[in-house]
Design a protein around this ligand. Structure first.
Ligand SMILES: Nc1ncnc2c1ncn2[C@@H]1O[C@H](COP(=O)(O)OP(=O)(O)OP(=O)(O)O)[C@@H](O)[C@H]1O
Ligand SMILES: [Mg+2]
Length: 235
């Protein structure tokens, strides 16, 4: 189980994550939701230790590997996708004799060709797929995916959701963040909705029904200002 308690972070005196607490059960998909700037990526980066927390507690299960696919992946542009994976695999210490087959398999899993295309010629969706392949290196038990569907075309999104369902069936724990609530609704077991760094709602899959969709829950939880702005614009 992952336990977050009172997590707090400020940038230039502005609290971007503010006393956040939640727990994630092992082996399910946990959605971290909220408007732009709500503090989701910062929370993820603190869980990963990439950003230093100001206060709070993060308890991670011992001995479990974490794979991370960032919101805006950057890879050395002069490498091919396969070379990128081999490079990251070497950094992880994956044995040379396994590495080639592992990289080929992962590229196939995420639907990328090993045709020698350099990363600088990759489309946004291709970069997103490569980032997922990189996250899967070393067979991590926990996957943290920051907007894995961003930039994917309609078929790509469906494929990504299928893949994510598959990871769940393998018993992996997934923390995922997406603005496409209909996608999240299809795969999540629960999650939280954040607003200006705070948790405004926690939900379980069983809370969602055809009458009470995740979108409705989201708008109710964070949408106060949206309604007011809409009225102002539309008169
Ligand atoms: N390195 C940084 N320096 C200063 N401010 C930052 C930094 N990183 C994030 N912030 C600020 O923290 C707030 C939360 O950002 P964060 O990226 O966590 O939001 P998010 O919920 O992931 O948003 P989005 O949905 O747009 O990805 C924003 O106001 C952002 O400007
Ligand atoms: Mg983000």
């Amino acid at each position: 189980m992952i336990k977050i308690n009172g997590l707090t972070k400020s940038y230039r005196n502005k609290r971007v994550v503010d006393g956040l607490s939640f727990e994630i059960e092992e082996g399910g998909l946990f959605a971290l939701l909220g408007s732009n700037g709500a503090g989701k990526s910062t929370t993820i980066k603190m869980i990963l230790g990439l950003v230093k927390k100001d206060a709070g507690e993060i308890v991670l299960p011992e001995g479990k590997k974490i794979g991370y696919s960032p919101e805006t992946p950057h890879f050395p542009p002069f490498l091919t996708g396969e070379e990128v994976l081999r490079y990251y695999g070497e950094l992880q210490g994956i044995a040379k004799k396994e590495l080639k087959a592992t990289c080929e398999r992962l590229l196939e899993v995420v639907g990328l060709d090993s045709d020698g295309t350099k990363v600088r010629h990759y489309s946004k969706g291709m970069l997103q797929r490569l980032a997922l392949a990189q996250a899967l290196l070393g067979a991590p038990e926990i996957l943290i995916l920051d907007e894995p569907c961003a930039g994917l075309d309609a078929m790509g999104r469906l494929e990504m959701l299928e893949l994510i369902r598959g990871f769940k069936e393998q018993g992996r724990t997934i923390i995922m963040n997406s603005h496409i609530l209909s996608d999240i609704e299809k795969v999540c077991d629960g999650g939280i909705i954040m607003k200006t760094g705070k948790k405004v709602k926690a939900f379980k899959k069983s809370d969602l029904t055809e009458e009470r969709t995740l979108e409705e829950l989201f708008v109710q939880s964070v949408g106060g200002a949206l309604g007011e702005r809409g009225e102002a614009v539309c008169g």
